[in-house]
Write a protein that binds this ligand. Structure first.
Ligand SMILES: Cc1ncc(COP(=O)(O)O)c(C=O)c1O
Length: 465
């Protein structure tokens, strides 16, 4: 087995995965220059002139204040523990122990971990499901209206709501209407826009709207999933009308490292400045145009894919030619192409912001070879999970995980309470959350998921003893 160091050497495989800087090719020019500096010279502590995300003085504080103002927000904080760390801090700023939050069913697992940390009850709101793709779509305003009527009663105050926009696959939610609806019910709203940083820095009229302009109170951007920053970089934007600044700051202090990497903080700063520059606008337009041309070329050649609202994501419909996305992923690896997200019915690629010459031909050849491998008979669709209404777990995730438990086969867990998370990663969307009572229908659905991807969905589950 090669060492990690050996694996980090440049190689010729095509990077169609996150982070989207394409192994450095699309890093902002100033970041590329920094990384050419004498190795390690940039690895500094929170010296007084540098400061950190939670300090009121120093270069980081000045950059954060300047960028928040430029984006029309009251505050922003750079994050060096991914969107994960900032989402958790945001949720814990909204909800106190003993309260509840509204979470969409396609919420990232980091939010469940935040509920666990904070003794917060998640109230799950349904999202549409695509049976032919086997994954969730984005929430609609009509869907949310129905979920909130009648108003859910978790037996404790509901302190706020989280939305996901766009999803991992690039499906965008009706974000303006969703935020308005939740605000009209008196709730602060945090939007997980990990996959949509580029929406906030894009002047095109026909693109989905960013939660930054849709009035969200907190927005989390991953600067490596949807902008060309280094892995782990992220930013949290905050409007203080509905949520006190002190609460967010305190919550960040609980979660964040006391030694933030100056390299990652510099990546946050240079990436956001780069996104605000006119050179970025033309680069982004060029990538969008190339992606649209590629999609057109693939369609002409009979390649099957599912539509996404993000032109830089391609969801190959491998299930339609009888090949699972997991097998297709292994095949692509052998061909020197690294995809992002394999699932039972499809394989998603992230084009990112580096230029990939000859990509259409390469993907066409892969598709044709896959079509020869498959028997051409479409794989069975994945029926909707039995999660189509608002649901409240019986225990909070932390309560469920602290109680005595036993391990049972999925087939024998009907009517039991889950004591662990079942969550394929990627995409990191939980299929089962600790504290939920597993209905017979749910147990059957989970068993069918286990058959589709046994490595990601285990056949045994921890339930309360
Ligand atoms: C929707 C969504 N939110 C948050 C995250 C967490 O992001 P990070 O890996 O940057 O911590 C992910 C990661 O996959 C995600 O897909």
């Amino acid at each position: 087995m090669p060492s990690l160091l050996e694996l980090l050497r440049p190689d010729r495989r095509l990077a169609l995965h996150l982070p989207v800087h394409g192994r450095g090719a699309a890093l902002p020019p100033l970041m590329q220059r920094l990384l050419r500096q004498s190795p390690g010279s940039w690895d500094l502590p929170e010296l007084p002139e540098i400061g950190g995300p939670l300090e009121s003085h120093g270069a980081v504080a000045t950059s954060q204040a300047r960028l928040a103002e430029a984006m029309g927000f009251d505050h922003c904080w750079f994050g060096v523990n991914g969107a994960t760390g900032l989402l958790q801090a945001g949720l814990l700023a909204m909800a106190q122990p003993g309260e509840a939050v509204l979470l969409p069913r396609n919420a990232h697992r980091s939010l469940i971990a935040a509920c666990e940390l904070g003794g917060v009850m998640p109230v799950f709101l349904p999202v549409p499901f695509f049976a032919d793709r086997g994954h969730a779509g984005a929430m609609t305003a009509e869907g949310l209206r129905q979920s909130l009527d009648p108003w859910p009663d978790p037996g404790r105050p509901i302190a706020g709501a989280v939305l996901v926009h766009p999803t991992y696959h690039g499906y965008s939610a009706e974000i303006v209407e969703l935020i308005e609806l939740l605000h009209s019910r008196g709730l602060p709203v945090m939007v997980d826009e990990a996959h949509g940083t580029h929406l906030a820095f894009n002047a095109e009229q026909d693109s989905p709207v960013s939660a930054l302009v849709a009035g969200a109170d907190l927005v989390v951007h991953s600067l490596h999933k949807s902008a060309p920053g280094l892995a782990q970089t992220a930013v949290l934007w905050h409007r203080s009308q509905r949520l006190d600044h002190e609460r967010v700051q305190r919550s960040l202090a609980r979660i964040q490292t006391t030694s933030p990497s100056s390299l990652l903080l510099a990546s946050c700063e240079t990436t956001l400045d780069w996104l605000l520059s006119s050179r970025w606008t033309s680069l982004f337009e060029a990538r969008r145009h190339q992606a649209n041309q590629l999609i057109h070329a693939l369609r002409e050649q009979g390649v099957l894919f599912h539509p996404s609202d993000d032109p830089l994501r391609l969801i190959l419909a491998t299930g339609q030619i009888g090949v699972s996305g997991l097998d297709a992923d292994e095949f692509c690896m052998r061909q020197g192409v690294i995809a992002e997200l394999p699932e039972p019915l499809c394989l998603t690629f992230c084009f990112g912001f580096a230029r990939h010459r000859g990509l259409a031909k390469r993907l066409q050849r892969i598709w044709q070879a896959l079509a020869r491998e498959g028997d051409g008979v479409p794989l069975p669709v994945i029926p909707d999970p039995p999660l189509q209404s608002t649901s409240i777990p019986e225990l909070t995730p932390d309560e469920a995980q602290r109680l005595p438990h036993c391990i049972r086969p999925l087939a024998e867990c009907a009517d039991q309470i889950a004591a662990e998370l079942i969550c394929p990663y990627p995409p990191g969307v939980p299929l089962l959350v600790p504290g939920e009572r597993i209905s017979a229908e749910r147990s059957q659905w989970l068993q069918s998921q286990h058959q589709r991807w046994p490595v990601q969905v285990p056949g045994m589950v921890k339930v309360l003893a």
